[in-house]
Write a protein that binds this ligand. Sequence first.
Ligand code: UT7
Length: 324
Amino acid sequence: MSFTILGTGSALPAQQVTNDQLSQIMDTSHAWIHSRTGIDSRPICRQETVTQLALEAARQALENAGVVPGELDYILCPTLVGDTITPSLACLVQEGLGAGCPAVDLNAACSGFLYAMDLARGLFAAGQVRRVLIVAAEKMSRLVDWRDRSTCVLFGDGAGAAVLGPGEDLLSLLVTAQGTSSPLRIAAPSGNCPYSQGEGGESYLAMNGQEVYRFAVGAIARDIPRALELAGVTPGQVDHLLLHQANLRILEAAQKKLGIPLEKYAVNIATHGNLSAVSVPLLLDEMNRSGRLRPGEILALCAFGGGLTTGAAVLRWRGTPTDK
Ligand code: UT7
């Protein structure tokens, strides 16, 4: 027993910040950002909290799935950090929905949604759950250093959710970790203990872009073929590729290595930027709501990011009857 995706949802902050707006407050330009990344604008929270975005995405996904909060058996929230370190974002989502099930955050950075699916797969296999809510939510605007033009222009804020039920639509899933602290890092708050020597320094995202770029292209080219092989699916049978949206150039470089036609790639980076764990479920929800996914179609998902972590999965879209 694996699972099927019963419904999806997403939420974005109202404010959209363009490259031209950024160029008014820092030494950058639309031409540089667009040509190096494919990003034109990104959603940035003004007043919205991570919890509000997560709740909105969760409610949409529940409605889309025809599931009520009381039916949920588990809530998993992939996020770097919610509005508070404790309570977890997942506990705040549980409270907001009025659900009564276990709830926990997990941090696998941009690969978080794939890691959450991996844990959900185990819960379904153990016969422990019938309804699982995964809500990825990130407020990257709070974690980047707005004095560092090489990173702050890349990221945005948002939430994406999926409700899972029993089924056989997960055809393969693999996650990896290659632990290293250097290429992508956000330090924890150092505290003010008078007896400790804190790390000092500031708690902002720091990234060696070129190192992560090479890792990302290599990860997609390695993990998608592996996931397809595990699923017994040929590249030609894939209907849609939903890859983490970090940089359009990464997607184009990966496309050359994979040889799957570009029109099969879902792309929303121009208007969203890099939303960390939210990228993949947001793409899924956009495609679901716009009617681009047909029952039985084959989706290949892949994400990569801090840790360094990766995840790849092959899914059939609503191919098996559910127990509803
Ligand atoms: O989601 C987590 C995974 N993250 C990723 O996958 C990110 C992977 N990395 C990348 O996407 C790219 O490496 C970046 C978009 C981050 C950077 O692109 P790049 O082509 O690797 O640029 P670079 O870092 O080599 O910088 C080239 C130049 C530098 O100037 P000099 O030293 O050549 O004079 C930078 O100072 O571009 C400069 N630069 C900028 N100029 C204008 C860096 N950021 C900016 C900026 N505006 N925002």
